[in-house]
Structures are given as structure tokens and as C-alpha cells.
Design a protein around this ligand. Structure first.
Ligand code: FES
Length: 68
């Protein structure tokens, strides 16, 4: 499913880049994938995907810090 039609970036490409390269901001995602650097229409969706992945990452880190 294409999220960014300007640069033909799919949801799976975004998720893969965010996870693999530990991206944390919209600028990181823009530099790596180019998504959201054209018309900007996809920006809210790209931000939502980024937020979900960063939240998942911090959930995992919280679990790792538990002493048991
Ligand atoms: S649809 Fe992503 S920048 Fe235009």
C-alpha cells in the first residue's frame, strides 16, 4: 500500500526504514525515504506510522528495564 504517492513509498518501506535505522523524527524519515518531501499530503499518515513504531520501541525498552 503506497503511503506517499509523490515518491512511491509504501507502508512496509516506511516501517522497515524506521525499525532498521532507528529513525526518531519526521526529518529522519524524510531524509531516508523521501516520503513527505513532495506535496506533503502524506505527512499526517507518515507521522502516525512513525509515532506507532517509536512507541513500540519505547515499550520494548521499558520491558527490558524491569528487574525480573
Ligand atoms: S504524497 Fe507524500 S509528499 Fe506527496
Amino acid at each position: 500500500m503506497k503511503i506517499c504517492s509523490c515518491y512511491e513509498v509504501s507502508k512496509s518501506e516506511l516501517v522497515k526504514a524506521i525499525r532498521k535505522q532507528m529513525l526518531e523524527s519526521i526529518v529522519d524519515v524524510q531524509v531516508v525515504t523521501k516520503a513527505s518531501t513532495g506535496c506533503g499530503r502524506c505527512k499526517p499518515v507518515v507521522l502516525e506510522i512513525l509515532k506507532r513504531e517509536v512507541d513500540k520501541r519505547s515499550d520494548k525498552n521499558t520491558q527490558l528495564r524491569l528487574p525480573f
